[in-house]
Design a protein around this ligand. Sequence first.
Ligand code: HSE
Length: 344
Amino acid sequence: MRSDEVILMKIVILGFGAVGQGVARVISLKREHLLDKYGLQLDIVAVADRSGGAVFDQGLDPELLLKTKNETGKLSQYPDFGVEGFSGLEILDKVEYDCLVEVTPTNIEDGEPALSHMLKALKDGKDVVTSNKGPLALSFTQLSEAAQETGANFKYEASVGGAMPIINLAHDTLAGSDIESVYGILNGTTNYILSRMAKEGSSYEQTLNEARELGIAETDPTQDVDGWDAACKIVILANSVLNLERTLKDVKVEGISQITPEAMALAKKEGYLIKLIGEASQDVLEVSPRLVKEGSPFAVEGTLNVATLKTDLAEDVTVVGKGAGSIETASAILSDLLNIWKAS
Ligand code: HSE
């Protein structure tokens, strides 16, 4: 039954690539469901990317945003409410909103511009939901402290494992257990490449191009294949789930570009698959190709991610889910938005 009282959450989306567009799509798809089940209306009051933006305090039409972007390539062409020349920070300054959804392309050098966007929002007391790994892997403590200072919510379930539940699972469902380590496949692009190579003998270059076409690879796909994307996720888990203060430079990283079809065939002959595995514990922080047994829970294919949390009370808890993809990642962002609303 529809709740009598409708609560409005005003959202600014910065970044309108695969994830930002996925967020607009799920807000549109779930509009009635959110109103019926929770009495919650998510209004997108501003969106911006490098092509420009659109701003309307009564809420932009998510489908029209997608159509405008797909047909013209420019958000600034949004009818009546398109804007040009505004930076993300200016939008956060001028627009009245409740929550920033920060989904600009990830930058693992200095975290910008996402880091400044998130810090501004949090310092202004606004909630932040993000899938953006770079700033979290580089400046997790700074961001968490900024949130604590103003009491703003800071949520980042989508930054690790796309739709695979892991951070909120550890914080909420496994609350009370100490989590000692995390071990898992945390990059969809490399898992897609490795499983296609193992199964069909496809070439590395061909499958990497396919991953790019599917929109699962990073804007700079070397971050995926060289292991840095998985390394960011391992750092985020080390900080948020294991309570270790670590940053990207603490991770020992090796990617998959040296893995040959011959090495994969040899592993297969012995009943193994080669997977890019991330591991975080008090003593280890590492991403590297490792052998996993065929038929084991780690023998997942395609864009799936998998992770085992080793806990003191619940022993091992293993989760699997789509680690990349526009709608899949947006589903985790939507769940964070809902959790913020539920806690308010
Ligand atoms: N490029 C990332 C991956 C996207 O392939 O897993 C999700 O973080």
